[in-house]
Write a protein that binds this ligand. Structure first.
Ligand SMILES: *Cc1c(COP(=O)(O)O)cnc(C)c1O
Length: 358
């Protein structure tokens, strides 16, 4: 069976070495040694000024929205995982969808200003598949209209843009370390904030608002992760460059073998160092996509429709039209891509695709 992705698992022995430390310390959570060690190592690997390790990528988004005090309307992308939109709604804000750029599949920055009203307080955009949004244009718009910017960077572990971490753009970037993501801790997430005061707020918010044992800075929630999750992260992190290198090789193999096909790929902006977290392809129609998917499934190969449906179609929201996102959502499929995948499997997959789609 070939799934769309498969978590990288370190050797049990390495994980056990970290577990031994947990047993020795008798310390399972509440910002233990391993959580702090992981945060430090992630900061230096990702080249970011700070990073808070939280229990998932969704709570990271919710804390970000709360910490920046977003209210009223939040401009966002319809082409992402559901957590991007649901976090906005969960925090009592109204998502205002701005359609995506047909090339990068990220929010179309040229359409943002038209969507701004007196109620707009922020922009929450996704660097989808690790492809950078038009961060410069978004920054100019945000400054001009006094808006806060959050990037859902769940797909961006290690991505660089113009020589620096993509996570350094915007007021806050959030990461997911879910088992299906490039770097994972089983469940987990991260928050990066440019401003020290904002980071402080995020810090107390992820720990019930505590200021010491008996005082509180303000309202908080439980966003803490555990030593067990940190142990997984610490065991996976030393292999991340090896994992990315293998994914790069597989992606290049897909590129070569799909060159003469009718499929297209999203466009990576210049000056981007990608992380090969996904391999999305766009078919000419949904009909062809479904035929290919069925054929792959028959061969025990299970690509996924990331991301379908377009989020402006969510049943709990009033419909807002986003024709490009809806079209792309119908035509895009993510092909299997993970460390253990074999080059021969890529050949098999592309052969099946080309037989059906060309
Ligand atoms: C995975 C993902 C999330 C949610 O992360 P969890 O850690 O699963 O809560 C949010 N946004 C995007 C774009 C994602 O892909």
């Amino acid at each position: 069976m070939i799934p769309v992705t498969k978590s990288y698992l370190p050797s049990l022995e390495e994980y056990n070495n970290y577990l031994k430390k947990i047993w020795e310390n008798s310390w399972l959570t509440n910002r233990g040694e391993l959580v702090q060690e992981l945060e430090q190592k992630l900061c230096s690997y990702l080249e970011v000024p700070n990073l808070l390790f939280v229990n998932n990528g969704t709570i990271a988004l919710q804390i970000a929205i709360k910490a920046l005090e977003l209210e009223g309307e939040v401009i966002t992308t319809p082409f992402s995982y559901v957590a991007t939109t649901s976090s906005i709604v969960w925090e009592n804000c109204k998502p205002i969808f701005v359609d995506i750029d047909e090339k990068t599949l990220c929010i179309n920055a040229d359409l943002i200003e038209n969507a701004i009203t007196e109620k707009t307080t922020g922009i929450l955009a996704t660097h989808v598949y690790g492809i950078p949004c038009d961060v410069e244009k978004i920054e100019r718009i945000a400054n001009k209209h006094n808006l806060k910017v959050i990037y859902d960077a769940a797909h961006c572990f290690g991505v660089k843009y113009k020589g620096q971490s993509l996570l350094n753009y915007g007021n806050i970037s959030t990461l997911s370390f879910h088992a299906t993501k490039l770097f994972h801790t089983g469940e987990g997430g991260g928050i990066v904030a440019n401003d020290k005061e904002v980071f402080h707020k995020i810090f107390y918010m992820h720990n019930f608002g505590h200021n010491g044992q008996e005082a509180f800075f303000g309202i908080g929630v439980n966003g803490k992760s555990s030593e067990l999750h940190a142990a997984m992260g610490l065991s996976v992190l030393p292999y991340i460059d090896t994992i990315v290198a293998k994914r790069k090789l597989l992606s290049q193999q897909y590129d070569t073998l799909l060159q003469d096909s009718s499929l297209t790929k999203p466009h990576l902006p210049l000056d981007t160092e990608p992380n090969y977290s996904y391999y999305p392809v766009i078919f000419r129609s949904e009909e062809i996509l479904l035929a290919v998917k069925e054929e792959l499934n028959k061969n025990n190969i299970f690509p996924r429709r990331y991301f379908y449906p377009s989020l402006n179609n969510l049943p709990y929201l009033e419909y807002q039209s986003c024709p490009i996102s809806e079209k792309i959502a119908e035509q895009v499929l993510c092909l299997p891509l993970y460390y253990e995948l074999e080059l021969e499997s890529v050949t098999q997959i592309t052969t099946i695709i080309k037989n059906k789609a060309n």
